[in-house]
Ligand binder design. Structure first.
Ligand code: AMP
Length: 426
């Protein structure tokens, strides 16, 4: 039985990898334009870090974490990026180095979910976190960053939903309001929701079970219970979103699956896509108490994560654009020796070059040059050695020229640069 990749975890083959690279480079570019710097934290963290930050009564912690014990320590593959970045922020006391940190990350996350299209056990997120700015202006800017990224990438139109969960006082009020709403109708809820009711009624709003959804539809709105300062923050957010010209809808039932959020919360969906139920492409919010809870100072924070697979599934599947390069076809031992030097020199001058070192016939070498999509084939055989001129075939224009050896590399560099410039312009 041949080995197969673990269920829900995928290989990314070269024909797809270039799309990943493009997405990643656009993400880095947009994050950079907003003043974010990259942080790379380990994939494995202490299990307890996730339990503390994400919350014990969340699906992620209750049933989706990959945990294992090594040297008496319980470790987990990270199910999301925020907790590890917050841990690093506290561990390295980044607040002592700068009052506000704008950090971004990219990488694999792991959740033992039931795999389906758009939902995997190893998936990848790109995310941003801001520490030290209480908002609400920065909250809107973080949202604008995601929207700009999607726009630059060419994602079809997305919808933005906003909510505010308020701070601890609002949450207490809301918890009480939800408890008094759900308790008399508890028998209509799923068993799981009934079990969670006392400890974490907010999670019921997030349940996928139709029984819970039906009851939750009439639940009180958190927006009616915001304290004065929470309301001011929320109004400030809406004002900043308006100033940025971003359209959004307010969804007072939006709670999202992780426990650490307060105040601003948002989710971005691709409404008309093949993703079906998995159409959430990004989500985030404020988590002002996490840094303190992890042993750091009282530093407010906001962030988001987007699902790279879901974004890629939503982009048109265009073929990889060809890159112009030289294919050197040496015929014989001495030509191969010369070609090795030429190819290396071309690469040193940033021209992609490949040599056919198989000792095959010219016909076979040219066939390969065409199959690879080379722009130029440089033929070097006995005749060329004799005249000191290489035969340069333009495989796209179907023309050929003889170029003296000492002018060859210069000409190929110029031709390749001219082509690259015309591609950038078009
Ligand atoms: P979350 O960390 O749950 O807030 O998710 C943020 C984003 O990550 C979601 O909007 C999805 O795009 C993506 N995502 C979350 N879980 C998965 C998964 N199991 N497979 C693929 N993408 C996911």
């Amino acid at each position: 039985m041949p080995y197969r990749a673990v269920k829900g975890m995928s290989d990314i083959l070269p024909e797809q990898a270039w799309r990943w690279q493009r997405l990643e480079s656009v993400f880095r570019q947009v994050a950079g334009l907003y003043g974010f710097q990259e942080i790379r934290s380990p994939i494995v963290e202490p299990t307890d870090l996730f339990v503390r930050s994400i919350g014990e009564q969340t699906d992620v912690v209750e049933k989706e974490m990959y945990t294992f014990v090594r040297h008496d320590e319980s470790l987990a593959l990270r199910p999301e990026g925020t907790a590890g970045v917050a841990r690093a922020y506290v561990e390295h006391a980044l607040h002592t180095k700068e009052p506000i940190s704008r950090l971004y990350y990219l990488g694999p996350m792991f959740r033992a979910e039931r795999p389906q299209r758009g939902r995997y056990r190893q998936f990848h997120q790109a995310g941003c976190e801001v520490y030290g700015d209480p908002g609400p202006v920065v909250d809107a800017e973080v949202i604008a960053l995601v929207m700009d990224f999607f726009g630059r990438l060419g994602l079809p139109p997305v919808t933005l939903r906003i909510n505010s969960l308020g701070g601890s006082e609002t949450r207490e009020r809301y918890r009480a309001a939800l408890l008094s709403y759900f308790t008399p109708v508890a028998s209509k809820l799923s068993e799981h929701a009934q079990a969670r009711l006392g400890a974490n009624p907010l999670r019921i709003l997030d349940s996928k079970d139709p029984r819970d959804q039906e009851v939750a539809a009439g639940a009180p709105s958190v927006l009616d219970l915001l304290t004065e300062s929470d309301r001011a923050h929320y109004q400030g957010l809406l004002g900043a979103l308006d100033a940025l010209g971003l359209s959004y809808s307010v969804d007072p039932r939006l709670v999202r699956g992780l426990d650490y959020y307060n105040r601003t919360l948002f989710e971005i969906n691709l409404p008309s896509s093949e993703l079906g139920a998995q159409n959430a492409v990004a989500g985030g919010g404020r988590y002002d108490s996490m840094v303190h809870e992890l042993g750091g100072p009282n530093v407010p924070a906001i962030g988001f994560a987007l699902g790279i697979e879901r974004v890629l599934l939503s982009l048109p599947d265009v073929p990889q654009p060809p890159s112009a390069f030289c294919y050197i076809c040496p015929l014989g031992a001495e030509p191969i020796r010369m070609a090795l030097g030429w190819a290396r020199e071309l690469r040193a001058r940033n021209v992609r070059a490949e040599i056919d070192g198989r000792g095959a016939s010219l016909k076979s070498q040219l066939r390969r040059a065409n199959a690879l999509g080379a722009r130029w084939a440089v033929v070097l055989g006995d005749a060329e050695l004799e005249t000191g001129q290489a035969t340069v075939k333009d495989l796209s224009a179907h023309t050929q020229r003889n170029v003296p050896f000492d002018a060859l590399l210069g000409e190929l560099c110029t031709a390749s640069r001219t082509l690259a410039e015309s591609e950038t312009l078009s």
